[in-house]
Design a protein around this ligand. Structure first.
Ligand code: FRU
Length: 491
């Protein structure tokens, strides 16, 4: 703890002009997955994988809280890797409200110093008030079941809404001994005695997920009402490692995908083998949905998701040298389902959009958005209508290197002239109607693009050149009509 606190004290991260203002980012060192997301009577708690002494690898659970999802207060780490069970890191997990408070479920990572052999255990920390945290020792689940390797981690724990007895369930990412990925389900009546129910199976998927990558990380299940059909559906979000689909997308080292179905026992019914990426951006992984302390089975309402705006193995970013920190979480997104597809809308109650005066058409060089002049942390949204062949060009930070081009059928995000050009240009084919609305959330060095009212999400780190403020819109090949322009600035 002491060395982590010393690292925080010596940190230059907050003075770094790239350190985000309203996104959760590490006080020092490295951040990865969001963990233990829970709302407690209007206060949102975001824990996160936190390596204060990066590049020395030792993962804590960092802790931040907010009442408006824009202003975050950082608290001391909640889980310290200071027991045998988590000596090599307190890995990812989730939170659940109980009668006595909240439990934080996580994976203890232990690596034998001599043999290098790994032990993965499922562990719990209890807290009456989300201020004082007590670790339960020894681990609650001491090892993986037979037939699986020690890649056995990232518990999601919730109360089964379909069980009148109110038992608890746990979903875990796992690897079979034949080195294929899967998820395991556990059940418990008291959160302490657990039995393995088996693998989650996909009876309607024609075998599509039987050999699907070598490990599934961070499984997360959320029930949503489909806005089109009115039916409740379960959405399974997970991160399969080592898949190589022969279709557009899947450019990142590991993808994060979802499928829609209905969890009945251990069967995920109705999922027909199709799956989609949650976000098409350069950086996105390991998202998690907020729990609600008062609704043990349930998620926060509306369902809210935070992701990691990062990828495994991509820590070599400009912020390491300018401030000794790397990575951030995405902005919170309200989740909905429409026609069995996920819809994600930025949910930032502390930064409400307001109507701004803006020309009702952009043609050629176009205009800067006056309301965002000199701002480096803002959001902007508008409805759009493209003339045939027209392409809208959004220059984030005016002329600072990030260019978003949007035609009716294509999104093109070009960061090749930023200070972090990794990946260069990425193109996403658009479904009809997606180009009809855009929202951009930008916060110093992170940018999130939402099209089609949230049908497409695209997250990236955007280390701009120079002052890098504001937003400018221009067009090529025709005019684009702009209606209902709104904006808000956070600085
Ligand atoms: C995903 C992940 C998890 C693991 C954690 C370790 O990014 O690899 O599977 O629990 O990060 O930091």
């Amino acid at each position: 703890m002491l060395s982590a606190l010393n690292a925080e004290r010596a940190s230059l991260a907050r003075q770094d002009p790239d350190h985000p203002l309203f996104h959760v980012a590490p006080p020092v060192g490295r951040l990865n997955d969001p963990n233990g997301l829970i709302v407690d009577s209007g206060t949102y708690h975001a824990f996160f994988q936190y390596t204060p002494e990066h590049p020395r690898k030792l993962v804590y659970w960092g802790h931040a809280r907010s009442t408006d999802l824009v202003h975050w207060t950082y608290l001391p780490p909640a889980i310290l890797p200071d027991s045998r069970q988590d000596r090599n890191g307190a890995y990812s997990g989730t939170a659940i409200g109980t009668d006595d408070g909240v439990e934080l479920w996580y994976t203890g990572n232990y690596k034998d110093a001599d043999t290098g052999e790994r032990e993965a255990t499922q562990c719990v920390v209890t807290t009456p008030d989300l201020r004082r945290f007590t670790k339960v020792v020894p681990p609650v689940i001491a090892s993986q079941p037979e037939g699986y390797t020690a890649h056995f981690r990232d518990p999601q724990v919730w109360r089964d809404p379909d069980d009148p007895q109110g038992s608890y369930r746990m979903l875990l990412g796992a690897q079979r001994e034949d080195l294929t990925g899967t998820v395991l389900l556990y059940r418990s009546s008291d959160l302490r005695e657990w039995h393995c129910e088996g693998e989650l199976s996909f009876p309607d998927a024609g075998g599509a997920f039987d050999r699907f990558g070598y490990m599934w990380e961070c499984p997360n299940l959320v029930r949503l009402r489909d806005e089109e059909s009115g039916h409740d559906r379960d959405v399974l979000i997970f991160c399969p490692q080592g898949i190589a689909p022969e279709r557009e997308g899947f450019e990142n080292v590991f993808p994060c995908v979802y499928m829609v179905g209905e969890l009945v026992g251990t069967e995920f019914r109705g999922a027909d083998g199709d799956y989609w990426e949650v976000d098409r951006g350069f950086e996105f992984y390991a998202p998690q949905v907020f729990a609600d302390r008062a609704r043990a089975w349930g998620r926060a309402d509306p369902a809210l998701l935070l992701g990691w705006a990062g990828n495994a193995g991509e820590d070599d970013q400009p912020s390491i040298s300018t401030g000794g920190w790397v990575h951030a979480l995405t902005a919170p997104r309200g989740l909905a389902l429409a026609d069995r597809r996920l819809v994600q809308r930025p949910h930032l109650p502390g930064l409400p959009l307001e109507h701004i005066g803006f020309p009702d058409s952009v043609d050629g060089d176009g205009a800067r958005v006056a309301a965002l002049e000199s701002s480096r942390s803002w959001r902007f949204s508008a409805s759009l209508a493209h003339e045939p062949g027209a392409c809208l060009e959004m220059r984030v930070g005016a002329d600072s290197g990030l260019v978003i081009r949007l035609s009716e059928s294509l999104l093109e995000v070009d960061r090749s002239r930023t200070r972090y050009p990794h990946g260069g240009i990425r193109r996403v084919s658009l479904e009809p109607g997606w180009a009809g609305s855009v929202e951009v959330v930008h916060d110093r060095s992170i940018t999130e693009i939402f099209l089609g009212g949230g049908r497409l999400a695209f997250t990236l780190r955007s280390f701009l050149e120079g002052a890098g403020s504001g937003l400018a819109l221009g067009t090529a090949g025709g005019a684009v009509r702009v209606a209902d322009a709104r904006a808000a600035r956070a600085d």
